[in-house]
Design a protein around this ligand. Structure first.
Ligand code: G3H
Ligand code: 13P
Ligand code: ZN
Length: 301
């Protein structure tokens, strides 16, 4: 059942667990996330980036997620979210035309004051339409954009707790993406997350904290950050990896390569489902879908 992201996050925050916000790009990944959520009786957020909107078509991918969620998992709270929205026109289309009720405005690459002003604008425009707005402060780097993982100057990226308090007060955001040594992409973050920094942020602002770039985090680190206010983990790389690895594996089994697209992609779907289930277990959201949430998603199509 399509459920407001704000409600899913707030419940996780109150319940002391986290939910996964899983990135999708296609039918198979969408089905894999929904099937995993159903098998684990867990709330989930399914999210798309601007690149995915361009690849799949905004309305098409939104309706795909919505229809699959309603048909295959009518009892499971499923939120739909725009991840890393950087273009205000795209955000406007997502909310006003397509029907998203949750967006991230990512102004993390801007100077601080510009980030505050742009985020506040998004909040002012969309809070009156009941849209949940996530901001980002500090910057979760993309490995690959930076030169060499070993050379990252982490201090440059970290969220400053006092600035986070100021950003929250001046923008009115509903959730905050934090940078504590986490990085997007392939498995090259700071050796240890900065737990003290996270704790300080958590003490200063009452809203759910979101951890991007932690696809590969194992259970120990996951538990430490949940105890310090993280209510949601964004997961993209682990999904891509499971999907592509499954296809590569099949292609390598040259004697037995299937010429049936449904077999090739069906196996990839199964691999993604298992990766999602593993993370739901880590995050502690298994069994947290009571099936009583109300539908709040506005469909403008
Ligand atoms: O942070 C989000 C993604 O990992 C990057 O995704 O390639 O769809 O922009 P994208
Ligand atoms: P990963 O690259 O660790 O999967 O992070 C994804 C993410 O943060 C999407 O917003
Ligand atoms: Zn991210």
């Amino acid at each position: 059942m399509i459920t407001s992201v704000k409600e899913i996050l707030n419940k996780a925050q109150k319940g002391g667990y986290a939910v996964g916000a899983f990135n999708t790009t296609n039918l198979e990944t969408t089905r894999a996330i929904i099937d995993a959520a159903k098998e684990m009786n867990s709330p989930v957020i399914i999210q798309v980036t601007e690149k995915t909107l361009e690849y799949a078509g905004g309305r098409a991918i939104f309706q795909l997620i919505k229809n699959c969620a309603e048909f295959y998992a009518p009892d499971i709270p499923i939120g739909i979210h725009l991840d890393h929205g950087r273009n205000l026109e795209i955000i406007e289309r997502c909310v006003d035309v397509i029907g998203f009720n949750s967006v991230m405005y990512d102004g993390s690459r801007k100077a601080y004051e510009d980030n505050v002003l742009a985020t506040r604008k998004v909040v002012e425009l969309y809070h009156k339409k009941n849209v949940c707005v996530q901001g980002e402060l500090g910057s979760v780097p993309y490995i690959g954009e930076t030169s060499m993982a070993g050379e990252i100057d982490w201090d440059k990226y970290m969220t400053d707790p006092d600035q986070a308090a100021d950003y929250y007060c001046r923008t009115g955001i509903d959730a905050l993406a934090v940078a504590i040594g986490n990085a997007h992409g392939f498995f090259k973050e700071r050796k240890e997350p900065d737990y003290e920094r996270l704790e300080a942020i958590h003490k200063k602002i009452p809203i759910p904290l979101i951890l991007h770039g932690a696809s590969d985090w194992e259970n120990g680190k996951v538990k430490e950050v949940i105890a310090r206010g993280v209510c949601c983990f964004n997961v993209d790389t682990a999904i891509r990896l499971s999907f592509i690895n499954s296809i590569v594996k099949m292609a390598r089994q040259q004697n037995d390569i299937s010429f049936d697209i449904r077999k090739v992609l069906g196996d990839a779907q199964e691999a993604v489902k298992n990766a999602v289930k593993e993370r739901i277990r880590y995050y502690g959201s298994e069994g947290k879908a009571p099936g009583k949430e109300k539908i709040e998603c506005v469909d403008h199509s």
